[in-house]
Design a protein around this ligand. Sequence first.
Ligand code: ZN
Length: 237
Amino acid sequence: MKSLRALLLAAVVASPAFGAVQMPATSYLEGLSWLGHASFRWSRAGKTVYLDPWKLSSEPHDADLVLIGHPHFDHLDPADIAKVSGPKTEVVTVAECAAKLKEAGFSGAVRVVKPGDRVEVKGISVEVVPAYNTDKDFHLKERGWAGFIVELDGVRLYHAGDTDFIPEMKELKTDVALLPVSGTYVMTAEQAAEAAKAINPKVAVPMHYGSIIGTAADAERFRELCGSLIVEILEKQ
Ligand SMILES: [Zn+2]
């Protein structure tokens, strides 16, 4: 059932005051499932992409593409990557993660990328973007860890990875922005709201809360602080 909120959002985005927007905001989220923390499945136009799959309760083996931005255990889990991998799967990740996957005995296809790269994998375009801390040192810029912009079905989706609000975000073009909001290792809800306003996506989605760090209250606060920007808080699948 479509919620009243979803219908209202659709009406707001379709209104002439917002210019020539063809799609209601919620339709950009079609096929997107939040699997908890920073873990997502996005299936659209016959392609299935996983981002940082972690703590999965099933073994679907249905990924075309798996994107992993950095090697921390809550983002790179070889057992979870194996659960979504099948013969057709390609993993795209940074060198450090590729080495850890090899160490763990992962035998699937892995392509190594770095921030700034643009690659086409199985017909899916992927932009690799920087992700790093500015006021703490859990994710140093020089490690070369990543976020990703993936495009499926003409929709661009940005998974920020573990990051603070960094200047590079101002140049990003995306329809959907998945942004960490927990604070401590990443942006706080307040900083994430500033980042969201700078990125100005059609829809922003809070992530990186509800597992190790951060709570639903952070996601709610993020939504409030985003003001007129559309924010959807996803139910964990
Ligand atoms: Zn991390």
